[in-house]
Design a binder for this molecule. Sequence first.
Ligand code: NCD
Length: 390
Amino acid sequence: MADPADPGHSCHCSGRADHVATPGQARRHLLSVSDLGRQGIEELLSISDAFVEVQQRAIPKVPALRGKTVATLFAEDSTRTRLSFETAARRLSADVLTYGISGSSASKGESLRDTLETLAAMGVDAFVIRHPSAGVPLQASRWVDASIVNAGDGAHEHPTQALLDCATLRQVLAERAGESTAEHGVAGFEGLRVTIVGDVRHSRVARSLVMALHALGARVTLVAPSSLLPVSLDSWPVTASHDLDEALPSSDVCYVLRLQAERGSSARVPSKAEYVARYGLSARRVARMGPDGLVMHPGPMVRGLEISSEVAAMDRCLVRRQVANGVTTRMAVLFWLLASGPSPSTVASHASALLAGDLDSFTPRDLEAASVERADAGGTGDEVMEPVGG
Ligand code: NCD
């Protein structure tokens, strides 16, 4: 049996062969960015474009997942991830079941497996799972016949955060190039210099984001004290530094991570004051990036610690856009998983129909009828890294 505490296990087992549906397979999952590869990431980004248009409508709702049921099962606190998944599901006209550990039978001793099987028996098509233990979404995919989305498992992965971050960056890069996102594609990522600063060691966001950015051609630098970097970076396609001031002048983007106090990070820094002095993103530090430098943060932000209020309020700080793109990206993911199991290329080919305005009449059955051959969305396989423990 898999060891849910071993993030590496999930990575080895979450390759496309296991977890991405092939023709005839009913279910597809999103457990890791490595399930997608470059092509899968590009496809999801282009599907999410269709939903950006829906989001701007007076009534931002389409019937694409009518008759489907999405359950959110969060065993860890969350604001934006949970609400954006639920908003995404509702905007696609799916029914939504919300499960929280408190107020449920988990407090009476019910196991996670029994809980999942109970909800599955009610007719759930997709579970969106957040759990403090790495590997739980992978295990869930073996227990129930439903699509599983990893909404954050311990310090392992958070693939939809990486996707929404890439969608946000892509929008800004396309705007700067004077192009639509469709015209721009992912060209702007080639050679983009992204510095990720903070508690990388405990960050599932960093693991997924590094894989996604690397797959798209960006160059990533991790900045943190040694105590907040992973034990080994051997398999990470990054450079590492302990000096934020030195890294910023050659950064196009500074992506700030929260100190994960709930995973023990406070004990890994001498004091908060010292952390702020060396790694907190202040306006003075932002100025080192030059006028076009961008700031990102997955939220929740702890102002005055990893980021100053002044920086959080800057136009170049993309936090609000990240949240808005969280909804459209998660719409794309749910659509990709649940629209009757078509190949990604089928969905992508329909994304242009969606953009052309056919979305209102667009249902999963339309996708079933489509007979586009499944393309290999796996990429070459060497564009993703092996996560290390944490
Ligand atoms: C992140 C998470 O939960 O991993 N938040 C989020 O999903 N937007 C990052 C964090 O909690 O620091």
